[in-house]
Design a protein around this ligand. Structure first.
Ligand SMILES: [Zn+2]
Length: 112
């Protein structure tokens, strides 16, 4: 549970997650611009500022694609890099990367 240690170190209080299809989802304080994260522990985090349920569904479904990518061995990350199918990439967010393209194509779009 490396991620819990991380949050503790940063002094975040964590409340219990809710569980969606076996994926625990936590609401956490986040930097602006980051809506969700998929951790390699199989956990999804959502920015606690997100209050719209449709937006939340979209974020969680998107991050769950990344969890799946990690579970099947295509995606992993270090402090500096993202590794996709054995190749290193920058951790800088890139909407056109193969892992993001897949996540955007499979996410459940919010009703607007
Ligand atoms: Zn993504």
């Amino acid at each position: 549970m490396g991620f819990i240690k991380n949050f503790m170190r940063k002094g975040f209080k964590i409340s219990s997650p809710y569980v969606m299809d076996n994926t625990p989802v936590y609401h956490v304080p986040e930097e602006e611009g980051t809506l969700g994260r998929a951790l390699d522990s199989g956990v999804v985090t959502v920015n606690e500022d997100v209050t719209d349920i449709e937006q939340e569904k979209e974020i969680v479904s998107h991050e769950k694609v990344h969890v799946d990518q990690m579970k099947r061995g295509d995606l992993s990350y270090t402090d500096e890099n993202i590794i996709w199918k054995g190749k290193k990439y920058s951790r800088k967010y890139n909407k056109k990367s193969p892992w993001e393209k897949e996540a955007y194509s499979k996410e459940i779009k919010a009703k607007k």
